[in-house]
Write a protein that binds this ligand. Structure first.
Ligand code: PHE
Length: 339
């Protein structure tokens, strides 16, 4: 019996030492301490012993059980520690490493110029009016006094969606929408927005942006238009800028003008950018055509107005010296980082 106990103890200690997983430890526990385990077996066989041998044997079995329980617990702890160490070593975080730099974004040059526009005109008391990019032919052309056979209505130039709707080719239809909404009150709005034309080269894109301006009130004259634009140009391009108005034609304004600014690169003496003229064209404008006023319900005998429209990309290109419009839409970070 005593021999048997020693044997079991030796075998058990060896197995415990060899165990490398908590799964194995659990199996050992069953094998030795379980109902049908070695220790139970021994305890059962105690009955066969002589009465005087029993206390000693009982004590030894108890010691064996205790030893096994202690060893199991210790081994379990050792294994848990080892696993934790292994995990810590594997998942080590070096807190002395410098952090990854977070790149700061900046506003796209077009957004910056749009913001400039809004700030300048809000400063002059304008409100912002908006209209849909999918526009009715009616607003885009008819209300802008463009007759049915006008070349601008050609499918070649416009993206039609169906017979009645198209992607607006300019922000001018917002003029009509704003006047419809505000008549018979005065109007003083700018309409920044996206417009679409069938154009695609270094200085034209099928999608681009315009800012429209419209003022309608009693006694508005071409002098008001000129003063407003001069104020705008000096805030946008610098105090030294001059403007000049050249006669032009738009169906929705009469008279119509094209507006040039003195070249910001050469100051007017002539260079490549201004093609040696000293002037650069930046926008179209004019006095709102009486037909356009009438269609919104204004009496053109009492109300007059001026309107202007300009390309935001063009203004941005001039302001930042960009010679290819396409870089504004490619979103190359190396380009955008410069702003
Ligand atoms: N809508 C014109 C264009 O897109 C610009 C313009 C607006 C001209 C308002 C005169 C008055 O070219």
């Amino acid at each position: 019996m005593l021999e048997k106990i020693k044997e079991i103890r030796a075998a058990m200690e060896k197995e415990l030492r060899d165990a490398v997983s908590s799964e194995q430890l659990r199996e050992l526990k069953v094998k030795y301490l379980g109902k049908k385990g070695s220790i139970s077996e021994i305890s059962k066989s105690m009955g066969k012993l002589q009465p005087e041998e029993r206390p000693k044997a009982g004590q030894m079995v108890n010691e064996l059980r205790q030893a096994l329980e202690q060893n199991l617990a210790r081994r379990q702890q050792e294994l848990a520690d080892k696993m934790l160490q292994a995990q810590l070593a594997k998942e080590k975080v070096d807190i002395t490493l410098p952090g990854r730099p977070v790149k700061l974004g900046s506003k796209h040059p077009l957004t910056q110029v749009m913001d400039d526009f809004k700030e300048i005109f809000l400063g002059m008391g304008y409100a912002i009016a908006e209209g849909p990019q999918v526009e009715l032919d009616y607003y885009n052309f008819e209300r802008m006094n463009l007759p049915a056979d006008h070349p601008a209505r050609d499918m070649q130039d416009s993206f039609y969606i169906d017979a009645k709707r198209l992607l607006r080719t300019h922000t001018s239809p917002v003029q009509a929408r704003a006047m419809d909404r505000l008549c018979p009150n005065p109007v003083k709005v700018i309409s920044p927005g996206t417009v679409y034309r069938r154009d695609d080269d270094a200085t034209h894109s099928p999608m681009f942006h315009q800012v429209e301006g419209l003022v309608v009130d009693e006694g508005i004259s071409l002098a008001d238009l000129k003063g407003t634009l001069l104020n705008f140009v000096r805030q946008m391009f610098g105090e030294e800028r001059e403007i000049r108005l050249r006669p032009s034609f738009f169906p929705f304004t009469e008279p119509s003008v094209e507006v040039d600014i003195s070249c910001m690169l050469c100051g007017g003496s002539g260079c490549r950018t201004c093609k040696d003229t000293g002037w650069i064209e930046i926008l179209g404008a004019g006095m709102v055509h009486p037909n356009v006023l009438k269609m919104s319900g204004y009496d053109p005998e009492r109300f007059t107005g001026f309107a202007f429209g300009m390309g935001v990309e063009r203004i941005a290109m001039l302001k930042y010296g960009i010679d290819d419009m396409r870089v504004l839409f490619e979103n190359d970070v190396r380009f955008l980082q410069q702003f």
